[in-house]
Design a protein around this ligand. Structure first.
Ligand code: F6R
Ligand code: MG
Ligand code: MG
Length: 373
């Protein structure tokens, strides 16, 4: 068993109440029961169950390392059982993201999304996890660029000598399944050239350049690439470490002071504005959105989440704060502007991104009626 601590967040849409808008209480309770049992057996040291819209999120802290088959099986079994319960309740989209039936040691490529980070605990270890609903795998490209590469956003890049060497970004080409590491500030322009193309490139990991300390990890699943057709948006998750030679929690959150656009929203086929929300507002309503983002803060302590005296993990619901009211208002203003456009681009995603939905079928239907122009 590794002495290091691993933070794993594994998520799955197992079924939702009233369409695709929220993971209902009975499924959260069942997942909680599963993880509490795993904690009793010391498979994991801490857990927190929550949801981002219709995605069930399992936050687990343990000492078994990344991609550990026991941890992944725990998540897979939890998703299978909650899906069964969802089916019994005839909830909507029950088992939606469970794209394969036989578990083979790792949830990657099977439908659930997963971000994991194995760390050597510092004297104090503040962590922020993010979870989005109705958003694509690259939804974190823009904020991660702001957090780790933009000195006008993260003041520490200029003020803190411990951050002076910059950060390295691992960028995944999801179409060709290749990855490249780019170092900022030296390769900032190349980084933006790639990750600005959000349909194809996803930031998967970030390290502090001077000592290769890992400081961020995201989920990179493209559900449509696994299933070969549209089966729901990826609704990604991310983990970031904060403070003491890394961006401060406030620098990690400041990119969300304004809304920004992600692919997703209704039928995974539209540009939609990210709305940062507290857990109480973690549900998707208007046009199945707008895409929501939650952020939870906690401290890792001796292989676990730091707890209250009674053993309850201390979790801070970071976007449950009037400081993000402006961003939420912006999101609704952007949402209104886009919806006024109806199904005309740029409100709807470009055709290439729609190839997993219905455009090929429309073209097929009309193919004999097209005449040479
Ligand atoms: C997007 C999403 C929803 C559904 C929409 C239609 O990720 O989950 O916007 O695409 O509600 O759902 P179905 O086809 O299940 O009726
Ligand atoms: Mg769903
Ligand atoms: Mg979802």
């Amino acid at each position: 068993m590794s002495k290091k601590t691993t933070v794993s967040i594994i998520k799955c849409d197992v079924g939702s109440l009233t369409g695709h808008h929220i993971t209902p209480r009975p499924l959260l309770d069942l997942a909680e029961k599963h993880l509490a049992k795993a904690e009793e057996k010391r498979l994991i040291n801490s857990h927190y169950v929550f949801h981002a819209g219709d995605d069930l999120e399992l936050l687990m802290v343990h000492q078994k390392g990344e991609e550990n088959p026991q941890i992944h099986k725990l998540a897979w079994d939890t998703f299978t059982e909650t899906s069964e319960k969802a089916k019994k309740l005839k909830l909507y989209g029950a088992g939606q993201d469970l794209l394969k039936t036989a578990f083979s040691g790792n949830v990657r490529g099977m439908g659930p999304g997963c971000a994991e980070m194995e760390i050597e605990e510092r004297a104090s270890e503040p962590i922020v996890v993010f979870a989005a609903d109705k958003a694509s795998a690259s939804a974190f490209n823009f904020p991660l660029y702001r957090i780790f590469a933009d000195p006008c956003s993260s003041a520490g890049l200029i003020i803190d000598p411990a951050m002076a060497g910059g950060f390295k970004f691992e960028v995944l080409d999801v179409k060709e399944n290749k990855k490249v590491v780019l170092k900022c500030p030296e390769e900032l322009h190349e980084l933006v050239a790639l990750i600005g193309t959000t349909q194809r490139y996803t930031v998967s990991r970030v390290w502090r350049a001077r000592d290769d300390m890992v400081c961020a990890a995201t989920s990179t699943t493209r559900l449509s690439l696994i299933a070969g057709k549209y089966v729901g948006k990826d609704d990604p998750v991310a983990i970031t470490r904060a403070q003491q030679g890394l961006p401060a929690v406030g620098e990690i959150l400041v990119p969300f002071m304004h809304s920004y656009f992600v692919e997703g929203w209704m039928r995974g086929s539209h540009w939609g504005p990210i709305m940062p929300v507290g857990l109480k507002d973690s549900q998707c309503t208007v046009f199945d959105g707008p895409p929501r983002m939650v952020a939870l803060g906690f401290q890792v302590c001796d292989g676990a989440i730091a707890c209250e005296d009674a053993g309850k993990p201390m979790i801070s619901d970071l976007f449950n704060d009037p400081a993000f009211d402006m961003s939420r208002k912006e999101a609704m203003e952007y949402a209104a502007a886009l919806r006024r456009m109806g199904e005309f681009e740029p409100a709807r995603l470009p055709a290439e991104t729609l190839e997993y939905t219905t455009l090929p079928q429309v073209l097929e239907k009309l193919k004999d009626r097209f005449k040479k122009a």
